[in-house]
Design a protein around this ligand. Structure first.
Ligand code: NAI
Length: 330
């Protein structure tokens, strides 16, 4: 079956071609993101494949439906960028890859925490410049501190257990308690308790209308002074302006981001020879205690191979009219 992959990067082409050796689908790789003006590049494909920043709203869904698209495959876990209800109303199926490697994201989250705490990017750049001094590189022991995990699903639970293994007390907020966390004596508390007691707060819940700016000025004001906030989930969970104010006042001591609320205009592109047209993002970059990676937490060899094989499995099921185990339903 023909699958048109939008926003296709070199690593997508490699992993999908490799996974397709046995599946033998017809893959069309399109460099451009999916938008109203690029939708036609899918030509007569019934199935398309998109990534985290391809925003699929109602008008775009209608265009896709008109040209015959009946399956949208998200090669990611989060699906906040697709109007699922509108897709369902049109009879377009939407599938995602819910658990291609929670380890990849959890490990990157730990990487951000440790790198921020121990000033590893700054230390590395000093050493590269022949400066072997350690003034200003003082960190803190994670052992004995308190971590707050917001969202203890697949990724959050791994982060919680890893931090506990480092000797941290781990608090968690989630309307659904995860037995893996309960078995490890991770303490479920209410949001205010988590905010007020945690030295490190890590976000692992999905971006939904209810979770928009979950961490806003009010939430930040309830946190410990000098708190570390890590967001590897979705940019919109954190109010950027409130984070900037918190960094300015010292309320936020460290900020680690793999996602940013207006990342669509920046991430996954080489803009090194262009002016960054986003004042808030430039402001974030100006703080020495902010570490930003370009939505790469998912990006491990295992994860991208799993994404490709799970996506092609969904495509094969769709072709054979078999149930879609990774379908997203509203
Ligand atoms: P999951 O669905 O297994 O777990 C999410 C958990 O968040 C659920 O237990 C849910 O009950 C909880 N939750 C929802 N709203 C909440 C709230 N307001 N407060 C507390 N808990 C809440 O999802 P998974 O696989 O752990 O992924 C988490 C998020 O990570 C995804 O939604 C996605 O946005 C992000 N992600 C980021 C990646 C990256 O490369 N940076 C890659 C993969 C996922």
């Amino acid at each position: 079956m023909k699958l048109a992959l939008f926003n296709a990067k070199r690593y997508d082409i490699e992993s999908f071609n490799q996974a397709n050796v046995s599946a033998a689908h017809e893959l069309i790789f399109i460099e451009q993101p999916l938008q109203l003006k690029t939708a036609r590049l899918a030509s007569d494909a019934i199935a398309i494949c998109i990534f985290v920043n391809d925003v699929v709203d109602s008008p775009l869904l209608e265009q896709l439906f008109k040209q015959g698209v009946r399956l949208i495959c998200l090669r990611c876990a989060g699906y906040n960028n697709v109007d699922i209800a509108a897709a369902q109303a049109l009879g377009i199926h939407v599938v995602h890859v819910p658990a291609y490697s929670p380890y990849a994201v959890a490990e990157h989250t730990l990487g951000l925490m440790l790198a921020l705490n121990r000033h590893i990017p700054e230390a590395n750049s000093r050493v590269h410049n022949g400066n072997f001094t350690i003034n200003g590189l003082k960190g803190f022991d994670m052992h004995g501190k308190t971590a707050g995990i917001i969202g203890t699903g697949r990724i959050g639970a791994l982060v919680a257990c890893s931090l506990q293994a480092l000797g941290m007390r781990v608090l968690a907020v989630d309307p659904i308690q995860n037995s893996a966390c309960c078995n490890q004596s991770i303490e479920y508390v209410d949001m205010d308790t988590l905010l007020s007691l945690s030295d490190v707060i890590s976000l692992h819940c999905p971006y939904t209308a209810e979770n928009c700016h979950l961490i806003n000025a009010e939430a930040i004001s309830k946190m410990k002074k000098g708190v570390m906030i890590i967001n590897t989930s979705r940019g919109g969970l954190l109010d950027t302006q409130a984070a900037i104010d918190g960094l300015r006042s010292g309320q936020i001591g460290y900020l680690g981001l793999d996602v940013y609320e207006r990342e669509q205009n920046l991430f996954f592109q080489d803009l090194s020879d262009k002016e960054i047209d986003d004042a808030d993002f430039k402001m974030l970059l100006s703080f020495p205690n902010v570490l930003i990676t370009p939505h790469q937490a998912f990006f491990t060899a295992e994860a991208i191979n799993n994404i490709a094989s799970a996506t092609l499995f969904s495509l094969s099921c769709f072709e054979k009219n078999e149930p879609l185990s990774n379908a997203i339903l509203k």
